[in-house]
Ligand binder design. Structure first.
Ligand SMILES: [Zn+2]
Ligand SMILES: [Zn+2]
Length: 153
């Protein structure tokens, strides 16, 4: 007997996002699908320029305007997290709720961004959140500095 695919595959973020966009009245399309799949593959956030370049390297020309439009649609329905990294650069990553929640380290010299998470930090934020005059829905932490490569240069 061969391999039995008995466990139902939990649908990917790209599939959920495609469904949510179409439920929200946006039409499905190849460009949209390619953007969703690219974002879903990433461990962290990409800029619109990087999305454009990566798609082009896969022979998938999607205009910058289309990329920004899809980012806006995804943000509007809460499926995309916008990461402000300074210098006017904005990056985007899938909003996955609990799993994969992380924060960001940004190198101010080369612009590299990497994810980090820390249980103690999450506990501290939760504790502080309980004392704030705000019903806290989300949080993000961006730590700036020089990455190992730039610091050594
Ligand atoms: Zn990230
Ligand atoms: Zn760097």
């Amino acid at each position: 007997m061969g391999f039995m695919a008995s466990t139902p595959q939990r649908s990917s973020w790209a599939e959920q996002a495609a469904q949510a966009l179409s439920d929200a009245g946006y039409r499905r399309g190849g460009a949209r699908r390619a953007i969703l799949e690219l974002l879903d593959e990433q461990p962290c956030a990409l800029s619109a320029v990087e999305i454009h370049e990566e798609l082009a390297s896969r022979n998938r020309e999607v205009s910058r305007a289309s990329i920004y439009r899809v980012m806006e649609e995804l943000e509007a329905i809460g499926l995309l997290q916008r990461v402000e990294v300074g210098r006017g650069v904005v990056r985007y990553e899938p909003a996955r709720g609990g799993s994969g929640h992380h924060h960001h380290l940004v190198c101010d010299r080369c612009g590299r961004i990497s994810p980090f998470s820390d249980a103690g930090l999450e506990r501290a934020i939760r504790r502080v959140s309980g004392t704030l005059p705000l019903q806290v829905s989300e949080h993000e932490v961006v730590i700036h500095g020089a990455c190992a490569t730039c610091a050594a240069a």
